[in-house]
Design a protein around this ligand. Structure first.
Ligand SMILES: [Zn+2]
Length: 343
């Protein structure tokens, strides 16, 4: 089959479109013919190489897959060839104490499809049968591949971790990213008042169209001051962080007393400065979040199916242009998700 692989860590130029052996499904696995796979920031981290992921070369990235069932392993029941499916990107054992308490994103053996294993930048991918979900028939393959990781992560951050309530004020940073566009919609659906921040006016226009109540261009304005202005000096109840050092200090000073900063990433670097006096005197909470639970994914899928949440797709690239698609993300030119489609 054709796949996009990298044979060593490095920049986007390490991505190579080439022939590799088509994988065979193990006895509890399903072989999926990939129709669409979206790009996530974790693909870039894994390509660059980070200690948390022990990469086996050549590696195939891609966490978010939608496609057709091509074959199933001998223990798999209830999933049939030709079915339209999408994939839950978190691989959990569903046997450990975390999994059995519904916190399967804290599984002791947790893995992410395409990060710890080979993923969907390919014509075919094998996944555990337990990760295969029926595709809602209101969605296209591109839609079904666009939302799982981004919406799952944003849902877990805002609803599960930060316990966002109707009437609360939330600041969504990097509003044009995949998870930013998910967060705006989820926060609005929860009844929150949403301030979206991004570095370009055209992205802010689109954030407004998605439901943001106010917008801030943080290339032009100090977003922390602007938040004080919008909230009458109070600050926001929740900051949706995933940028890191570039925004961290201002994210903290944007919070109201008792406010919560929830973070799932650090696209601008791993270390940030924290003024501890803000944390204790304003009684702030800093919440870490990673991926989301299967239950979060099912809730998000239902809302996607009935149109309460909508996929936001920036552009669709043929699989052999994966490098171009990743570069578009690195240059922050996208609004919403980038999708790869095998020819
Ligand atoms: Zn587990």
């Amino acid at each position: 089959m054709k796949a996009v692989v990298f044979h060593e860590h490095g920049g986007p130029e390490k991505l190579v479109y080439q022939d590799v052996p088509t994988p065979l499904p193990g006895e509890d696995e399903v072989l999926i013919r990939v129709k669409a796979c979206s790009i996530n920031h974790v693909d870039i981290w894994v390509r660059q190489g980070i200690p948390a992921y022990k990469t086996v070369f050549p590696h195939i990235s891609g966490c978010d897959v939608a496609g057709m069932v091509e074959a199933v392993g001998k223990n798999v029941a209830g999933i049939n060839r030709g079915e339209k499916v999408f994939v839950a990107p978190g691989l959990s054992c569903f046997r450990c104490a975390y999994c059995l308490s519904g916190q399967d994103n804290m599984c002791i053996a947790y893995k992410i499809l395409g990060a710890h294993t080979n993923g969907g930048y390919a014509e075919y991918v094998t996944v555990p049968a337990i990760n295969v979900l029926t595709m809602p028939n209101t969605l296209r393959f591109e839609d079904a591949a666009s939302f799982p990781l981004a919406f799952l992560t944003a849902w877990h951050m805002l609803i599960t971790r930060a316990e966002l309530k109707a009437g609360q004020e939330v600041l969504v940073l990097a509003a044009g990213s995949g998870i930013g566009t998910a967060a705006i919609q989820i926060a609005k659906l929860a009844g929150a008042w949403v301030i979206a921040a991004a570095g370009r006016d055209d992205k802010l226009e689109r954030a407004k169209a998605l439901g943001a109540d106010e917008v801030i261009n943080y290339r032009r304005e100090d977003f922390s001051n602007k938040i004080r202005e919008f909230t009458g000096g109070k600050g926001v109840d929740v900051v949706f962080e995933h940028v890191g050092p570039e925004t961290w200090e201002k994210s903290l000073t944007s919070l109201a007393k008792n406010g919560k900063l929830v973070t799932c990433g650090a696209t601008s670097g791993p270390e940030a400065k924290t003024d501890l006096r803000y944390i204790f005197s304003r009684q702030l909470s800093i919440l870490g979040s990673m991926m989301g639970t299967r239950s979060d994914l099912l809730e998000v899928t239902k809302l996607m199916e009935i149109g309460k949440l909508k996929p936001v797709i920036d552009s669709v690239f043929p699989l052999n242009e994966a490098r171009k698609a990743q570069e578009r993300m690195l240059e922050r030119n996208n609004f919403g998700k980038l999708i790869l489609v095998p020819s």
